[in-house]
Ligand binder design. Structure first.
Ligand code: ACO
Length: 341
């Protein structure tokens, strides 16, 4: 008999971290031609957090990780590995995961980054879950962390209003034979034909920042907003339905949807198409904007800590991002938190 047949991963603890510096819509409207009402109506965003000088993706990731470890009652030395989902790493290399591992002082533990931009957390979760299910690992740290503000053209009103900085983390552990508990089906998809819908042209091997040359605007986000919007709504619905089918459950069995926070209108459209009321969505885009790979674990942590998410509930995670990439997953929430163990 396969000893891992019934192995599942469960979320043992969550944590998050956002920079203290708040940038309101009013602040942005002093820099570009826009208004608080336009941004609220078209995106649902009221303010976002922006990292201060010297504050980096690894710093936010580390803080979120420490909170998740405390919440789980797990010590860094218990970890088998660290996976960081980020599209805004501190350095081109080494990975942000290695920087976090160094700060946690757990040499030897594996550490690597996953880049699926706004879907990054779903990709990292799937990799970690698979490693636990297959028996390769028992306890993993999965982090989504971004400092998007450094890759935004603050003179482009169509993109600078959207993004914010932050990090969210979970500690993933191995469950016993609880068949229904923990991380369930996770579906991942990508369509690289649409790589240019949302991209940062400069800074990579194709268009490097050369010594002595200013990086200029080449290292900032370019986005075809309305095409992205339409594709996001369609693919999110498809992947949610795929996960529900694989789990053999219906929309009424889902207690909470914890979505990537890209635009409130995308979430409204998804809510209508799925027939899941928006009240069952965990939404914090109003306070943080689009924090890319960090948005799902940040929202999850918020809803766990304020007791919206409780044991026995079914939580649906879903994301869409640059690549283009998208994915959804079902988590059967098992324990309240490590703090209570
Ligand atoms: N303030 C005022 N007017 C603006 C602003 C602004 N901040 N931004 C754009 N406009 C104007 C445009 O210039 C345009 O004017 P025009 O009609 O005179 O040409 C008009 O508003 C409409 O522009 P649209 O781009 O059609 O506006 P839309 O309603 O599509 O909203 C938005 C734009 C908010 C960007 C939306 O398209 C969106 O959210 N798209 C999806 C983003 C997303 O999901 N990204 C996913 C992942 S991101 C990642 O992976 C990193």
């Amino acid at each position: 008999m396969n000893p891992f047949e019934n192995a599942r991963s469960i979320i043992l603890g969550t944590g998050s971290c956002a920079p203290e510096n708040v940038v309101t819509n009013e602040d942005i409207s002093r820099r570009v031609e826009t208004s608080d009402s336009w941004i609220r109506e078209r995106t649902g965003i009221c303010e976002r957090r922006v990292a201060s000088d010297g504050e980096s993706t690894a710093d936010l990731a580390l803080e979120a990780a420490r909170k998740a470890l405390r919440h789980a009652g797990v010590s860094p030395s218990d970890l088998d590995g660290i996976i960081v989902a980020t599209a805004t790493p501190d350095l081109t290399f080494p990975s942000t995961a290695c920087l976090v591992q160094g700060k946690l002082e757990i040499p030897g533990t594996f550490a690597f980054d996953v880049n699926a931009v706004c879907s990054g957390f779903m990709y990292a979760l799937k990799v970690a879950d698979s490693m636990i299910r297959s028996g390769q690992s028992e306890t993993l740290l999965v982090i989504g962390a971004e400092v998007m503000s450094r890759f935004v053209d603050w003179s482009d009103r169509s993109t600078c209003i959207l993004f914010g900085d932050g990090a969210g983390a979970i500690v993933l552990g191995k469950s016993g034979n609880e068949n229904a508990a923990g991380v369930g089906a996770v579906s991942l998809h990508a369509d690289g034909r649409y790589w240019d819908l949302i991209h940062v042209p400069g800074g990579g091997a194709r268009s490097p920042v050369r010594p002595g040359e200013p990086a200029g605007n080449a290292c900032t986000v370019r986005m075809k907003g309305s095409e992205t919007f339409r594709m996001a709504v369609r693919t999110l619905e498809e992947s949610v339905r795929e996960v529900l089918k694989e789990e053999g459950i219906g929309v009424d069995d889902v207690d909470w949807v914890v979505p990537h926070q890209a635009n409130i209108r995308i979430l409204q459209a998804l809510s209508e198409r799925l027939n899941i009321p928006l009240e069952r969505f965990v939404i914090n885009i109003d306070r943080y904007g689009n924090t890319s790979a960090a948005s799902i674990p940040m929202a999850l942590d918020e809803a766990v800590r304020d007791n919206r998410i409780r044991p026995g509930q079914r939580i649906l995670l879903t994301a869409f991002g640059s690549g283009v990439t998208w994915g959804s997953g079902l988590v059967n929430w098992t324990r309240k938190s490590g703090e209570e163990r």
